[in-house]
Design a protein around this ligand. Structure first.
Ligand code: T5A
Length: 216
């Protein structure tokens, strides 16, 4: 491929993004593509330091604007260090969370103005827009329970500690985004057997690759 592809995976906490990003990468590699897997916040040396500040449950006094700018800072670094060069080199980048997380969490969840978020996102990423976004949709209490049970899980981080109402608004935000961005965004039911979710995701990826005549 002359120019690569950029796929993002989104959803509420514990919806299975990490699990399915791994499966998507393995699937694409089996098809012969060169794949780069990244996550947000983090994914670079500087971004991982920002991630620690953002998620540390001790940082309870963090105000919404600080949170918003730290997510953007981590994203800017990831775009320039990793995503843009990889896409330009013809690779497929699979990113666990990206711009839609900020619309859902800081916009719908915290109530920050959506127009402001979108213009900050634009400033942060330039033209590095996702080609395809999979939203794993799940009832929020189920996701939060799953996140607690994951290996190495246990204590909720600063954002997982948010009230149920906050997490429910985040889910509604994702569903609203899917309605307005129906060409780029695909919603997959994540409240079922992992293999069924995996098959649904593969169908969306295959149909995207066919539609855009992409060969490895
Ligand atoms: N955030 C992020 C913002 O507020 N704004 C932003 O702009 C950005 C980029 C990131 C936090 O930051 C927020 C959102 C987040 O709160 P994180 O640690 O990266 O923090 O958190 P998550 O991205 O939510 O990752 P999690 O690890 O919590 O959840 P995942 O990755 O969605 O879920 P996963 O794959 O780890 O699965 C959780 C458990 O469920 C099981 C898995 O085996 C695992 O044990 N599971 C299933 N169990 C039953 N049935 C299924 N179908 C299952 N699928 C997975």
């Amino acid at each position: 491929m002359a120019e690569g592809i950029f796929i993002t995976v989104e959803g509420v906490d514990g919806s299975g993004k990490t699990t399915h990003c791994e499966k998507i990468c393995a699937y694409l590699e089996r098809k012969g593509f060169e794949v780069v897997r990244v996550h947000e916040p983090g994914g670079t040396r500087i971004g991982e330091q920002v991630r620690d500040i953002l998620l540390s449950s001790g940082n309870e006094e963090m105000i919404d604007r600080t949170e918003l700018f730290l997510f953007m800072a981590s994203r800017a670094q990831l775009v320039e260090e990793v995503i843009r060069p990889a896409v330009h080199a013809g690779k497929i980048v699979v990113c666990d969370r990206y711009i839609d997380s900020t619309v859902a969490y800081q916009g719908y969840g915290r109530g920050v103005d959506e127009t402001l978020i979108k213009s900050l996102n634009k400033f942060t990423i330039g033209n590095v827009e996702p080609d395809l976004t999979i939203i794993l949709d799940l009832d929020t209490p189920i996701g939060l329970r799953r996140a607690k049970k994951r290996p190495g899980g246990g204590k909720p981080d600063r954002i997982e500690k948010g009230k149920l109402g906050f997490h429910q608004r985040v889910r509604q935000g994702y569903l609203a985004l899917a309605r307005t961005e129906h060409i780029r965004v695909r919603v997959v039911d994540a409240d079922r057997d992992i293999r069924k979710t995996e098959r649904a995701i593969k169908r969306h990826i295959d149909s995207f690759l066919t539609k855009f005549h992409v060969d490895s």
